[in-house]
Design a protein around this ligand. Structure first.
Ligand code: SF4
Length: 180
């Protein structure tokens, strides 16, 4: 019987390097490492990992896309239910959630679901204009803009401040003023 592949752990920056700044210590996966780790997933028919995820990301589906090198599609799959994969891939306690339920973890180390999620989000951010989380966020932007266009308070604020109000980009790319 073929030996099962071990979980691929992220490489880390050297101590000599990381004591000089406050940048992240783990380096994340390379595309090749992500594909290798994703291939450990056995695509369970009854994927318990999804049950362990608070937002029910379709974990086997996005992992399959990673294994095939379809990173852009994987990002879209995650964003069907999770708007913040770069953050969740870093701070979610996967060892108590999705990875705790992963069937591969019964006899070995579970699939590195969180690290794969982090990889996909970072890859998308570095290569593409990130896709919006889901259509609902755009509907909310539209509803807010519509409400504010008819609201003299907001119109007046823009005129009085000569559009110098600080703003932040929303997920749909619209300008969102900080006073809202
Ligand atoms: S439980 Fe583990 S092996 Fe099964 S689909 Fe989820 S990540 Fe893959």
């Amino acid at each position: 019987m073929a030996e099962k592949k071990k979980r691929l752990h992220m490489k880390e920056r050297s101590v000599a390097e990381r004591i000089r700044d406050f940048q992240e210590v783990p380096l994340g996966y390379t595309p090749e490492e992500a594909m290798e780790e994703a291939k450990r997933c056995i695509q369970c028919k009854n994927p318990l990992c999804i049950k362990g995820c608070p937002v029910e990301v379709n974990i086997p589906a996005f992992i399959k896309l990673v294994a095939e090198g379809k990173f852009e599609e994987a990002a879209k799959k995650i964003k069907e239910t999770n708007a913040l994969p770069a953050i969740c891939g870093r701070v979610c306690p996967q060892e108590e959630q999705c990875e705790l339920k992963c069937i591969i973890g019964v006899k070995g180390e579970p699939i590195a679901i969180g690290t794969l999620e982090r990889f996909v989000a970072d890859w998308e951010r570095s290569r593409l204009q990130p896709s919006p989380p889901n259509p609902l966020s755009q509907s909310l932007d539209f509803a807010r803009d519509k409400r504010e266009r008819g609201n003299p308070r907001f119109r007046g604020m823009s005129l009085l401040n000569n559009n110098k109000i600080p703003y932040y980009p929303s997920p749909s790319g619209r300008r969102v003023h900080s006073q809202y």
